[in-house]
Design a protein around this ligand. Sequence first.
Ligand SMILES: Cc1cc2nc3c(=O)[nH]c(=O)nc-3n(C[C@H](O)[C@H](O)[C@H](O)COP(=O)(O)OP(=O)(O)OC[C@H]3O[C@@H](n4cnc5c(N)ncnc54)[C@H](O)[C@@H]3O)c2cc1C
Length: 566
Amino acid sequence: MSGTSHEPASRLPVQRASGSDGFDEETDVVIVGSGAAGWTAAITAVTRDAEVLMLEKADAIGGTTRKSGAWFWIPNNRFLREAGIDDRREDALRYMCRLARPELYDADAAAESFGLPREDFALLEAFYDHASAAVDELEQAGALKLFHPAELPDYYAQLPENRTPAGRVLMPLGANGEDPGEGEDFIGQLSSRGAELGVDVRCGHRVCALVLNDADEVVGVVADGPAGKVRVRARRAVVFASGGFAQNPEMRRAFLGGPVFGSCSVPSNTGDFIPMASAVGAPLYGMSYPWLGPVPLERGLRNAPDNWLMFEPAGDSMIMVNRYGRRFVDEKIQYNEITQTMWTWDPSRAEYPNLCPVMIWDQECQDRWQGTMWGNPIAPAGDDDGHVLHGDTLEELAAAVRVRLHELRGETGGYRLDDGFDEALKGSVARFNEHAAAGQDPDFDRGSAPISVFFQAALGEARPGNEASPLIHPLSGSGPYHATILAPATLDTKGGPRTNDKAQVLDASGSPIPGLYGAGNCVASVSGKAYFAGGATIGPAMAFGYLAALSAVAEPVRELTTEAVA
Ligand SMILES: Cc1cc2nc3c(=O)[nH]c(=O)nc-3n(C[C@H](O)[C@H](O)[C@H](O)COP(=O)(O)OP(=O)(O)OC[C@H]3O[C@@H](n4cnc5c(N)ncnc54)[C@H](O)[C@@H]3O)c2cc1C
């Protein structure tokens, strides 16, 4: 890359610094993106007296974080400590290693990173060591008020490796000062305090290139703004916090390990960092596996800005079946996990049998469990229910599903119900009902995970008499029945360049690229296919945004030309 020529250096999204007069603006730290990672980095840097300029591509701040529930998973958080709960480092790391790299995990090798590669383990260590400090600092800076749902379990609370099964999730405090808030509250609190502290925020500025000095250090960025291109010098560092590539169809096709139908990330998360990171020699990792969740097929295809995934299917007299009319999973298992089963490949038939499964429920389930919370597809009367199909009998329902799948065949690779679907469905319902009458599910052990029980209780009360097994109830022997077709989708992606324990972006040799940092969904997550708990995307985004800022403010002021190269 080295050279002394002036911009543009090449067709790559990289330009050369041509001297101080080549910049329109100057600051200590440029932050790219205004979600959880960006705001944590911004507040951390500004409270250390750094000048901070935040560039946001969209017309509004907040990114996907603003749309989110804004739970953040923080092991050993201050509420646990104050309650005398010892969420030990080794225990939390054990749990994360077990889930992130199950194929490498070695229970007896605590001293050797539990069998994980040293660099992966170092990231998990950095997360454990700094996540709580990141949040505590935000709280102390008056930038975040916290709510602690002490009873909220991790997504794998039931694993023996989980020694602190509940209490690691934090939430922003809601506007009334009592209840939990959501993404709006989270971004609102951070941004209003950020403004008081002097964080300069520019919306409508899409960062499109890095600026390098002649020693290949990152010394700024170029952004496309409302008045044209703006070159911003970053005296100390640039921190990317620009979200994933879920809204970039080409990248989705190129990188993801299975088909997805839309995302609930913001439309501006189009993987802009990927070509910039590649242009400065940062290899990409973890590109094949996003944060997954199911979505009603029609909503996924529409991919509207207000798209929501189905975070938890409500209901008791409800099952999901694949194109053969067979159940294939515990319907209540959390969103990231259930969606993995939709990517199951049948090598004999060369097909995804579970790609667009059908969720079926009866009228009593409709009456009891309708709502909109967490993307519940059991739509209340009067709400948009274009994704719900109806039938007086199971055969009529199957016929309606067939018609809808036929209408959408051009967008699903021709996914259709098998000819034996109706018969198999009857068998599936009969078998489910037989065991559900005794409150059991010997096939998939539905309702056995503490998180499923927690989610279900939040969605509604058990029907009278069904308190012992509130997640399971036989479907009625008579209609009407209702259904929605589900499909895999994403919260956002989690692949990108690899970073180290300071959130520095690494080159192919594993060395930091001077001046370049990344946090959140724009860089490779160490979680693999795992989703440790609610908040397991925002928690690490905050921790590594914090770490990025700690190092960025301690960077030397970078020269725009260096004698060595001249
Ligand atoms: C409905 C919903 C609920 C969720 N609930 C939770 C939850 O409770 N807990 C949890 O952990 N996760 C949750 N998630 C996932 C979570 O919201 C995201 O994983 C997380 O917010 C990502 O944070 P981030 O800072 O990496 O990116 P984002 O919050 O997406 O921010 C990235 C920002 O960068 C901007 N940007 C992109 N490209 C550029 C560019 N070239 N120049 C300038 N700016 C750019 C984008 O416009 C965006 O504003 C949820 C997601 C959804 C959709």
